[in-house]
Design a binder for this molecule. Structure first.
Ligand code: HEM
Length: 430
């Protein structure tokens, strides 16, 4: 582990404004070799002079970036109450309203508690188990044409799993057709974009109203049921009077809960498609447990290689690549870059290499060095569910098929989540 940084942020942070020409050239090379979105390019600039905390300055954008364990810990945990989750008027605030992800203070604690209490591991497992036949069928359909479209196929599957477990709803084929485009629009709406530079948030897409109406129907149904899914817990806590507030929560869970798992599953498929020997080793582990039958979700969680592969994909491609905050009072933006933290060269040997083996050697990265699900009061309430569903989907996928790349690795973009630009992976049925 590296040394602790001082408790207070340094007065004068290094800034990308002072980048020397040589650093800029090196950074440009790294961007060209790893093309991605403009934000990723800007962050790559920082790698040129490897700092744990710095000021990102470009084209009028100015924000503090925390990218090392001590600075990340300070923002997420030690001084968490100095930051608001978002600025008023940001697209994500417009979409989620008073949703958990963009809300602060006492109300945040109360709603978080409702969600956390209603998503305990045993209940999640039970609900997910009940949804497995439908998920298996969705996987079967996705593989039918001998190809897996990314990120659409994972998106359909993670959306289905989320609706079943959190909203107690079986997504119909008709809904999937009608709303897939809407869901993608909503996700793209909240990603960082040019609005960060000119300060005017884009208008909410019409998809938002349509999705809210659909979620309101699910919520109304939940008001009259006593089941134990998170939507029912919300219904008990908010009742009919606070329906718009509850729909904000559902919208937040819908977007935050499916886009992240989509990103992780897509990364895993792409990474494994390029590593046939790793696919074989994983398959051996999975089939040693369950043969060709549907594996049990709880038993899967104890498979060491599967665990290492998922951990490593979360390190290299953290679906939530950054956590944005606004400093109370000044309103200055602060970004916790999970992406840079996970590729910190002082912590991770061969930081840019996909190497699941590092997790099997029992090496731990140290506190606040590996945070795919965040930390502190805003720790992800869906972490357990996400790991369970993604491990199951990946295991089942490998039991059914082998994965083969059809082209060079696709580009990734820093949108709301780290997103793989559309691509197709060939699959051979087994
Ligand atoms: C692989 C999947 C997932 C990853 C990598 C992930 C990652 C994260 C991270 C890093 C944060 C903290 C963001 C910050 O610092 O600002 C977060 C927050 C959150 N996540 Fe997840 N997440 C995943 C899945 C899910 C799922 C399945 C759900 C819901 C079912 C969910 C719901 C949320 C919510 C509501 C928050 C906001 C929590 C708060 O502000 O208190 N996430 N997630």
């Amino acid at each position: 582990m590296r040394e602790q940084l001082p408790e207070q942020p340094p007065q004068h942070l290094p800034s990308t404004r002072h980048l020397r020409a040589r650093d800029g050239w090196n950074a440009l090379q790294s961007i060209l070799h790893r093309p991605g979105s403009p934000l990723m390019g800007l962050l790559a600039l920082h790698r040129a002079f490897a700092q744990d905390e710095f000021e990102l300055q470009a084209f009028g954008l100015r924000m503090r970036v925390a990218a090392g364990p001590a600075s990340v810990k300070r923002v997420l945990y030690e001084q968490a109450d100095r930051y608001a989750s978002r600025l008023e008027g940001d697209p994500v605030t417009a979409l989620f309203g008073q949703g958990l992800l963009v809300m602060d203070g006492e109300r945040h604690t109360v709603v978080k508690d409702v969600i956390v209490q209603s998503s305990r591991r045993n209940e999640l497992e039970e609900r997910l188990r009940a949804a497995l036949p439908a998920l298996d069928e969705a996987l079967h359909r996705a593989l039918r044409r001998g190809a897996l479209s990314l990120p659409d196929a994972p998106r359909r599957m993670t959306w289905r799993a989320l609706e079943a477990v959190y909203f107690d709803h079986d997504l119909t084929a008709e809904e999937e057709r009608t709303y897939l485009r809407d869901l993608t629009d909503l996700v793209h709406h909240i990603g960082p974009g040019l609005w960060l530079l000119h300060g005017r948030a884009p208008k909410l897409p019409a998809a938002s109203d349509r999705m809210r109406r659909r979620l309101a129907v699910l919520y109304q149904r939940a008001l009259t049921s006593a089941d134990g899914a998170p939507i029912h817990a919300l219904a008990r806590a908010c009742g009919r009077e606070e329906m718009p507030f509850a729909v904000d929560q559902l919208m937040t869970l819908l977007v935050a809960g499916h886009d992240t798992a989509t990103s992780l599953l897509s990364s895993l498929v792409i990474l494994l498609a390029h590593r046939p020997e790793l696919q074989d080793a994983l398959r051996q582990e999975i089939e040693g447990l369950a043969g060709r039958t549907q594996p049990d979700i709880r038993a899967l969680d104890a498979l060491p290689l599967l665990d290492a592969v998922v951990r490593e994909a979360l390190r290299l491609y953290p679906p939530i690549h950054s956590g944005l905050r606004a400093e109370l009072g000044s309103g200055h933006r602060v970004m916790v870059s999970y992406f840079l933290l996970h590729r910190h060269q002082g912590i991770w040997p061969e930081a840019d290499t996909f190497n699941p083996d590092r997790w099997q050697r029992g090496v731990t990265p140290g506190a606040y060095a590996y945070l795919p699900f965040g930390a502190g009061p805003r720790y992800c309430p869906g972490a357990t569910f996400a790991r369970l569903e993604v491990k199951w989907l990946l295991a089942r996928l490998l039991q059914r098929a082998s994965l083969h790349p059809v082209s060079r690795p696709p580009r990734i973009a820093m949108r709301a989540a780290l997103e793989h630009r559309p691509t197709v992976i060939a699959v051979r049925h087994r």
